[in-house]
Design a protein around this ligand. Structure first.
Ligand SMILES: *Cc1c(COP(=O)(O)O)cnc(C)c1O
Length: 418
């Protein structure tokens, strides 16, 4: 019989836009004993997780809970639950993940209206607001932080415009949650999807979401008596279906919220170890403090950017809309981007990312997210990148990158502002 080696993954320095390194306390949480999903000790952990998610999403929404699946499962759950076949969905796109919103919306039977912006830039919110007034969509779906281009879309004002035409605003904040401020209530976002394996620094496998009463009202309109009855008996018969039924069982928010409510109506089996991990990850985020955490992400971004520029590299994208947690670099003329990435991995144990579609082979992307976002990693990636680029005979300035980054971390006396 074939025998397999012990599992022993290498210790990497992960500087990609996810998955990123995970705090040992989160990994430890995943190794704790299993509890039954209706054990009061476990449902208490579920309730605490909901409480902490409200803080991280900056909302007083009743509903804030994880979908079991990767981040796109959260996107899919929200979209399949709010889009009724024939609904008009406006999707402003400025990168790859905007296309994911289009794809999922189309599969839900939506009439999708696109608004497109050149990659590396974002929309002026006024352009989106004008399109909302013109198109009067049922739903607007947009990405907050585009990991494919390293850009962040300002959302202020869009939520208010949606309410004027009675549209729901759905936001993919997968890349930003826990690293960049996502103000669900202040920006009037109706549903927000977060990710675990990016700035929350929890393994991939859950998608925290939150949504308000406007979304809930639509979801409940689509709940049928028969379906509730079939799985859970008469207790589930309080809703009357007037809308078209949700085409998915696993992702039906109407059923999921019954599961997360005090009713605890049986749906799927909650992913015990992932819930432990998410709870511990959220606890660490709140222990650090949201503002402190956002500031930490900006500080390490500043050091990384200073180092890259000192090396003479050119950043990709409009700097006025740069996403603090992803830095995109133009691959210098004549350099094989994949060869550089391979040497970083094989010789230094560092992973950085390439990109997609039109940017494939054009840029590298360096993530500074969550537990990976620290001084040791930033200095390590700058030193290694300089060495690997010199090895590849790239025309860069040597000897300056680490000094520039160190100056951001510990400015010398004469560099301090007076
Ligand atoms: C990573 C990412 C996703 C997809 O996440 P998965 O966990 O791979 O499903 C969606 N949107 C954005 C903006 C992302 O960065």
């Amino acid at each position: 019989m074939k025998s397999y080696k012990d599992l022993s993954p290498s210790l990497r320095t992960i500087m990609t836009p996810g998955p990123v390194e995970v705090d040992p306390r989160v990994l430890r949480a995943m190794s704790y004993p299993i509890l039954g999903q209706f054990d009061p000790e476990f449902t208490e952990l579920m309730n605490e997780t909901m409480e902490m998610l409200r803080d991280v999403f900056q909302t007083s929404n009743q509903w804030a809970y994880p979908i079991d699946g990767t981040s796109r499962s959260g996107i899919e759950a929200v979209l399949v639950s709010v889009i009724e076949p024939g609904d008009k969905v406006l999707v402003p796109i400025y990168g790859r993940f905007g296309n994911l919103l289009v794809e999922i919306s189309e599969r839900c039977g939506a009439e999708v209206v696109l608004l497109e912006k050149e990659w590396g830039t974002v929309f002026d919110p006024q352009e989106i607001i004008a399109a909302i007034h013109r198109e009067k969509p049922d739903i607007v779906a947009i990405v907050h932080g585009e990991t494919s281009t390293g850009c962040v879309q300002p959302l202020e004002g869009i939520g208010a415009a949606c309410r004027e035409v009675d549209a729901l605003l759905v936001v993919d904040a997968v890349a930003t949650i826990g690293g960049v401020s996502v103000q669900t209530d202040a920006w009037q976002l109706d549903a927000v999807i977060g990710g675990t394996q990016k700035c929350l620094s929890v393994p991939s496998g859950m998608a925290p979401i939150t949504y308000n009463e406007r979304v809930e009202a639509k979801v409940l309109r689509r709940k049928t008596i028969e379906r509730g009855l079939r799985e859970n008996g008469p207790a589930a018969t309080d809703a009357v279906a007037a809308g078209k039924p949700v085409a998915s069982n696993y992702f039906d928010l109407g059923q999921l919220q019954d599961y997360w409510s005090p009713k605890r109506l049986n749906h799927h089996t909650e992913s015990t170890s992932m819930l432990y991990a998410l709870r511990e990850g959220l606890r660490l985020v709140l222990q650090e403090g949201l503002e402190e955490r956002f500031d930490r992400h900006k500080r390490h971004e500043a050091a990384l950017v200073a180092g890259l520029k000192a090396m003479g590299l050119t950043l990709y994208g409009n700097p006025t809309c740069k996403l603090p947690v992803v830095t995109c670099i133009q691959i210098p003329e004549g350099i094989d981007g994949e060869s550089v990435r391979a040497m970083l991995l094989n010789s230094f144990g560092i992973e950085i990312a390439s990109s997609f579609g039109p940017l494939k082979g054009q840029i590298w992307r360096i993530g500074t997210m969550g537990f990976s976002c620290n001084q040791k990693n930033v200095l390590h990636v700058l030193g290694a990148l300089e060495a690997v680029l010199l090895w590849h005979d790239a025309a860069i300035t040597s000897g300056k990158a680490l000094q520039a980054a160190l100056s951001v971390y510990a400015p010398k006396e004469e560099e301090l502002p007076c």
